[in-house]
Design a protein around this ligand. Structure first.
Ligand code: HEM
Length: 521
C-alpha cells in the first residue's frame, strides 16, 4: 500500500514536472514569438509608417541604417548610389535608410544647400570634430547654423582670393621638389606611382601654406611614420561612426578601442591633432617665419578677437586644413592627370595650348593661378576631371527643416535626412549632356557652362562650400601645367585600367603608375 502511494507520488511528480517543462517550452515559444512579432511590427512601422514609404530603394535600406554601413564598407558607395539612381531615375529620390533619402533632382540643389536654406547639417558631421575628445567643433563638423557661421566669420578672410594670392611662393617650393622627383623617374627609371607622389605633394603643400613647414613626404619619398596610413584608417573609422552616431556617444568608454573598424579612432585622430599642437607650440615658443602663412593670419584673428577665438579654435582650424585639404586635393590632381593622359586627343590638345602659351609668353615658368586660369582648355580639363571624379564619395546630408519639404514631387517631413551625392549630380544628362558619363572637356567650352557651373558640386555648395577652394585651385593650377610642360606621362599598366579606386569618405585612387619622359622644351 505504502509502496503504491510512493509510486503514485513519483508518477504525480513526474507528471507535474513534465507539465512544467511543457509550460516552460510553450511560454518560451510564446515569448520568442511575441518578441518576433513585436520586432516585425517595429520593422513594418519603420518601413511603412512614414511618408518615405513610397520612395523606391533597396528593401533592406528601408529597415535599417546598416544597409548604408554595409554599402560604405564595400568601398565604392558612390557607384552604388549612381546605380540606384540610374535604376530609379524617374523618381529622382532613392530611399537609402529608414529616414534617409538620396536626391538627384537638379532643382533640389538650391533648395537643400542654397543661400538662406533652413536645412541643417545632420548628426553625420559632429563625429568628425577635429577637437577630438574635447568635443570642440571646427567649421566643418559644427552641425549648428549659428556655430558654423561664427567660426566661418573668424577664419573665412584667411581663405579669400586676396589672401591666397599671397601663397603662390609657398606652393612653388613643393612644386619644384615634385618636379625634381619626376626627373628622377625619367631616362628608363622605374614607373612613378602618382597615387603616392601626388598625395605626398598635397600634404607638403598644406604644411607650407598652413604653417610654413612641409611634412617632408616629398623629401623622404615615403609615408613617414605611417602618418598617411593612420589618416586613411581614421577615415574608415570616422565614416562608420558618422553613419552610426550612437557609437560617438560611447567613444569615451574604455571598451571602445576593442570594437572592429572604429576602435582606435581617437588614437589615430590624435596623430594629426598632435601634429597641429606641435606646430602651434613651436610657433608660440618663437619659431620665426618670414611669410604670411595661414597660421600667422589665425594668430592675428586671435589678437583682434580676444576671447572669441581661443587656442583650441586655432588648433582645430589648423587640423581641419590638414584633414580636409590634403587628400581632397591629391585626388583631384590624380583625376586631372589620369583623364588627360588616357585621352590622347585631349592630351595633345592640352599640350598644344600649354606650349603655345609658353611661346607667346602668356604663362611664365612658375605658372601663376591667374595665368593658368587664362587657358580655357586647361580649365576645361580640370573641371571635367573633377566632375567625373569628385574627391568626396559621400552624400552631404542635411535635415529637412520644420514644416517639411516637397522634393521631386514627394513630401518629406521635418527631420528627414536628405542629401545629394556629387557623383550622382554630375551624371545628370539634363545638365551635363547625353554623354555625361564620358570625359569630354569641350563641354565646358561649347556647352551651357553657366548651367553646369550651377550644378558642379565637387567643392560643395552654398554656405558650406569648401573654404579651401581657392587654395586647392592655386595648387592645381600651378602644378598641373608645370608637370605637363616638363614631362610626358603615360600609363605603365594600361591593361588594368591604370589605377584602382576605393572610397570611404574620399574616393582614393591607388596604384596610378606612370612612365615619365622628359619633354623637349
Ligand atoms: C580639390 C580639393 C578640395 C575639394 C574637392 C574639397 C571639397 C570640399 C567639399 C565637397 C566640402 C563640403 C563638404 C560638405 O558640405 O559636407 C568642403 C568643405 C571644406 N573644405 Fe574642402 N575641398 C578641397 C580642398 C580644401 C583645402 C585645400 C582646404 C583647406 C586648406 C579645405 C578646407 C575645407 C573646409 C574647412 C571645409 C568646411 C567648410 C564649411 O563647412 O563651411 N578644402 N571641401
Amino acid at each position: 500500500m505504502e509502496t503504491g502511494t510512493e509510486s503514485d507520488r513519483v508518477h504525480a511528480l513526474s507528471l507535474v514536472s513534465q507539465f512544467g517543462e511543457r509550460m516552460t517550452a510553450i511560454l518560451s515559444a510564446n515569448i520568442l514569438l511575441s518578441a518576433f512579432l513585436v520586432f516585425l511590427c517595429y520593422l513594418l512601422h519603420v518601413r511603412y509608417n512614414t511618408a518615405l514609404r513610397a520612395v523606391p530603394g533597396p528593401l533592406l535600406a528601408s529597415f535599417t541604417r546598416l544597409w548604408k554601413v554595409k554599402t560604405i564598407l564595400t568601398a565604392r558607395q558612390e557607384l552604388v548610389l549612381l546605380e540606384l539612381h540610374r535604376k530609379h531615375g524617374k523618381s529622382h529620390l532613392v530611399r537609402i535608410g529608414p529616414n534617409e533619402i538620396s536626391v538627384s533632382d537638379p532643382g533640389a540643389l538650391k533648395v537643400i544647400y542654397g543661400a538662406g536654406t533652413k536645412f541643417t547639417k545632420t548628426s553625420w558631421y559632429p563625429s568628425w570634430s577635429m577637437g577630438g575628445q574635447s568635443g570642440k567643433y571646427d567649421v566643418f563638423s559644427d552641425p549648428t547654423t549659428e556655430g558654423h557661421a561664427a567660426s566661418k566669420r573668424m577664419v573665412s578672410h584667411s581663405y579669400s582670393m586676396a589672401a591666397v594670392n599671397e601663397l603662390d611662393l609657398f606652393v612653388q617650393r613643393p612644386v619644384d621638389r615634385l618636379l625634381q622627383r619626376f626627373g628622377e623617374h625619367t631616362d628608363g627609371g622605374t614607373p612613378m606611382n602618382l597615387a603616392d607622389w601626388l598625395q605626398w605633394f598635397a600634404f607638403d603643400v598644406i604644411g607650407e601654406v598652413s604653417f610654413s613647414k612641409q611634412f617632408g613626404f616629398l623629401d623622404a619619398g615615403k609615408d613617414i611614420d605611417d602618418t598617411l596610413k593612420a589618416i586613411d584608417e581614421t577615415l574608415w573609422s570616422g565614416i562608420v561612426i558618422a553613419e552610426l552616431p550612437e557609437l560617438d556617444r560611447i567613444r569615451k568608454s574604455s571598451l571602445f578601442k576593442y570594437l572592429p573598424v572604429v576602435g582606435g579612432y581617437d588614437q589615430r585622430l590624435n596623430i594629426i591633432i598632435g601634429q597641429a599642437q606641435q606646430v602651434l607650440s613651436e610657433r608660440r615658443r618663437g619659431r620665426e617665419v618670414d611669410r604670411r602663412d595661414l597660421l600667422s593670419r589665425f594668430f592675428q584673428v586671435q589678437r583682434e578677437n580676444p576671447g572669441k577665438f581661443d587656442d583650441l579654435d586655432l588648433q582645430v582650424t589648423i587640423t581641419v586644413n590638414i584633414f580636409a585639404g590634403s587628400d581632397t586635393t591629391s585626388i583631384a590632381l590624380r583625376a586631372i592627370l589620369y583623364y588627360a593622359i588616357t585621352n590622347p586627343r585631349c592630351y595633345d590638345k592640352l599640350l598644344l595650348e600649354l606650349d603655345e602659351a609658353v611661346r607667346s609668353g602668356r604663362i611664365s615658368k612658375q605658372t601663376t593661378l591667374a595665368e593658368a586660369q587664362s587657358l580655357p582648355y586647361l580649365q576645361a580639363c580640370i573641371k571635367e576631371a573633377m566632375r567625373l571624379h569628385p574627391s568626396l564619395g559621400t552624400q552631404h546630408t542635411r535635415y529637412v527643416p520644420e514644416g517639411g519639404v516637397v522634393l521631386a514631387g514627394t513630401y518629406l517631413p521635418a527631420r528627414t535626412t536628405v542629401g545629394i551625392n556629387s557623383w550622382v549630380m554630375h551624371s545628370q544628362t539634363a545638365i551635363f549632356g547625353p554623354d555625361a558619363d564620358q570625359y569630354r572637356p569641350e563641354r565646358w567650352i561649347d556647352g551651357d557652362k553657366s548651367l553646369m557651373d550651377r550644378h558642379f558640386m565637387s567643392f560643395g555648395y552654398g554656405a558650406h562650400m569648401c573654404l579651401g577652394k581657392n587654395i586647392a585651385l592655386l595648387e592645381i593650377n600651378k602644378v598641373i601645367p608645370q608637370i605637363l610642360l616638363h614631362y610626358h606621362l603615360r600609363l605603365a599598366h594600361p591593361e588594368d585600367g591604370g589605377w584602382s579606386c576605393t572610397s570611404h569618405t574620399f574616393v582614393q585612387q591607388r596604384k596610378f603608375h606612370v612612365i615619365v619622359e622628359r619633354r623637349k622644351q
